[in-house]
Each structure stands twice: as structure tokens, then as C-alpha cells.
Design a protein around this ligand. Structure first.
Ligand code: COA
Ligand code: MG
Length: 285
């Protein structure tokens, strides 16, 4: 069983060649080369050329490479999509996706792109929240992920983005449920206060409990914390190994629910247990 790790997904403006160079040495699972919000209008062309050159030059090892394009309807979208689709990147990340019809337009624009190219969608508009299931369903044609966009969502909703994120917790749960219902990966939004390790840790623990695969990040110092928090903990691994061994015992062969330590474990937990063991062994390589 292989589970592609997406514990840490680091954004960088593709206009910043020094940041891109640094990304080749950072332990992040995903590199997101941004052409959108982090790039000023006058730097869009240069950023696009940098992103393509970086992907083609390689040197990113196991890291998954994602290019965030400007939204359809902006002056840069077509050229961004064309360049990203043929660059060799693993996936395209589309901003401000609010409905299933928009997903259809991206898929049409990517009709001739390699079949292996993933299509990821930012969940960062109020309108998207009530259409998450339809958006996720429309993404079936390519491997996909939802990526929460904390800053845009807070801006549009006029909500405050605190470390607790109380106004957003319901939406986080909905995004995870919609993503899982259609086999998508799902990544949490960024934490802007990149000097606040305790705050980031808190958000990672919470996001993992909600079911997110990992967190999007804005600064190298956040990578290690996200990797640690989204990796199976010693306790989870011990639970998983105990559950697997308990069901392997001959007298439990015919049973659906058994006791492991002080807890009930059912056969449905075996999938989870195997995933935890696979993720732990993948990461120790
Ligand atoms: N990816 C890769 N490297 C990064 C990085 C990133 N996101 N952010 C900073 N670095 C590098 C810097 O280049 C610098 O490297 P160096 O010491 O080798 O020169 C080092 O990390 C330390 O950077 P620091 O001085 O602490 O940060 P800064 O003040 O230069 O930049 C930000 C702060 C927030 C502007 C910057 O981190 C950034 O651009 N983040 C990403 C923004 C983004 O992509 N947003 C879109 C999604 S919300
Ligand atoms: Mg945004």
C-alpha cells in the first residue's frame, strides 16, 4: 500500500528564484510554485517562465510539483494553463473554484494535457462552500485535491482568521467530507504567523484530527512542524500494529469486533491501521 505523503505543501512565489532553489533542499512533500496571489501583475510573465524552467530543470527529488495558475477569466490564465500543462509538473492548482461548471472549463482547457497531470482546486470562496460535493464530483477525470484558501475565505466572509479558526471549523469539516466522498486528497490552509511555532502546531494537530492529509505552508520553518504532526505518532503506530496482530490471531479469525487494550476494534479499522503502518514505513525510508 503506498500513500503519497502530502504532510507539508510549501507555497512560493514563482517570481522568487531563490525560494525555488531553496525548495530543492527542504523536506517538504509538495512544492507549490505560485503564479497567482503571491505574484504582482507586472511579474506574471517572468513567474510563469521561472516555474516552467524550474520544473524542467528538476532536482526536486520525491517532492510533488504543483503550479498554481491564475484563474480562468484573468489575462494570464490561458498562457499559465498551457505552460503548466506541458511543463512536466505533477498537478495544476486552480484558484477560486466556486462551482462544478468552472471545473469543467479547466478540464476542457486541459483536454490535451498528459493523463497523469492532476487537477487541484482551491476552496476559498463563499460560493464554493455550498457546492463542495458537486465540485469534488466534477473533479473525477483527474487525480485531485482540495486546498483550503484561508486568507481569501476570511477576506470574502469578513471573518477573522485567528489561530483557533472558530469561524472556519465547520467549513473545514465539510471540505474534508466532500473530498473523501470523491477520493480527493485535502490540504489545510496556511498559517500566516510563520514565527509562531506553537500556533502552527495547534493548527496542524486540529487539521489532522479533522482528517486533512497535510497543511499548506508559506515559510521553510513551518515544514518540519507539519511533517511531524501529520506523520503517524508513536501511539497511532502502536495502536495500528496491535490491531493488525490481534486480528491475525486464529481465535479472532471469525470475529468482527474485538478488544485491543481498553478499546473496541472492528474489522473496518484494519484499513486505517494498514494505512498508518504504510505511512510510517514510507516516511522512515
Ligand atoms: N519557500 C522557499 N523558501 C523561502 C520561502 C518559501 N515560501 N519563504 C522564505 N524562504 C527562504 C528565503 O529565501 C530565505 O532564504 P535564504 O536565507 O537562503 O536567503 C529564508 O527562507 C528565510 O526567509 P525570511 O527572510 O525569513 O523570509 P522573507 O522575509 O524573505 O519572506 C515571506 C517572508 C512571507 C514574504 C515569504 O516567506 C514568502 O514569500 N512566502 C510565500 C508566500 C506565498 O507563496 N503565498 C501564496 C500562498 S498564501
Ligand atoms: Mg487565494
Amino acid at each position: 500500500m503506498t500513500v503519497r505523503p502530502r504532510r507539508s505543501a510549501l507555497y512560493m512565489p514563482a517570481s522568487n528564484t531563490r525560494a525555488i532553489e531553496k525548495a530543492r533542499t527542504l523536506p517538504c512533500d509538495v512544492v507549490i510554485l505560485d503564479l497567482e496571489d503571491a505574484v504582482a501583475p507586472e511579474a506574471k510573465e517572468e513567474a510563469r517562465a521561472n516555474a516552467v524552467a524550474a520544473v524542467q530543470a528538476g532536482g526536486f527529488g520525491r517532492r510533488e510539483l504543483v503550479i498554481r495558475v491564475n484563474a480562468l477569466g484573468t489575462p494570464w490564465a490561458e498562457a499559465d494553463l498551457e505552460a503548466a500543462a506541458t511543463s512536466g509538473a505533477d498537478a495544476i492548482l486552480a484558484p477560486k473554484v466556486s462551482d462544478a461548471a468552472t471545473v469543467g472549463r479547466y478540464h476542457a482547457a486541459l483536454a490535451h494535457a498528459p493523463a497523469g497531470l492532476g487537477f487541484w482546486a482551491m476552496v476559498e470562496t463563499s460560493r464554493a462552500i455550498f457546492r463542495l460535493d458537486a465540485i469534488a464530483e466534477a473533479m473525477a477525470a483527474r487525480s485531485g485535491a482540495f486546498v483550503l484558501g484561508a486568507n481569501d475565505l476570511a477576506k470574502e466572509m469578513c471573518a477573522r482568521l485567528t489561530v483557533e479558526r472558530t469561524p472556519f471549523l465547520g467549513m473545514m469539516a465539510l471540505a474534508v467530507a466532500a473530498a473523501r466522498g470523491h477520493g480527493l486528497a485535502v490540504l489545510d490552509g496556511v498559517y500566516n504567523a510563520f514565527d509562531d511555532d506553537a500556533g502552527l502546531e495547534r493548527q496542524c494537530i486540529e487539521a489532522k484530527a479533522y482528517g486533512f492529509d497535510g497543511k499548506t505552508l508559506i515559510h521553510p520553518r513551518q515544514v518540519e512542524i507539519a511533517n511531524r504532526q501529520f506523520s503517524p505518532s508513536d501511539e497511532e503506530l502502536a495502536w495500528a500494529e496491535a490491531a493488525i496482530s490481534a486480528f491475525a490471531v486464529p481465535e479472532n479469525a471469525g470475529r468482527g469486533a474485538i478488544r485491543v487494550g481498553g478499546e473496541m476494534v472492528e474489522r473496518l479499522h484494519l484499513d486505517q491501521a494498514r494505512k498508518i503502518v504504510a505511512a510510517a514505513s514510507d516516511r522512515s525510508r
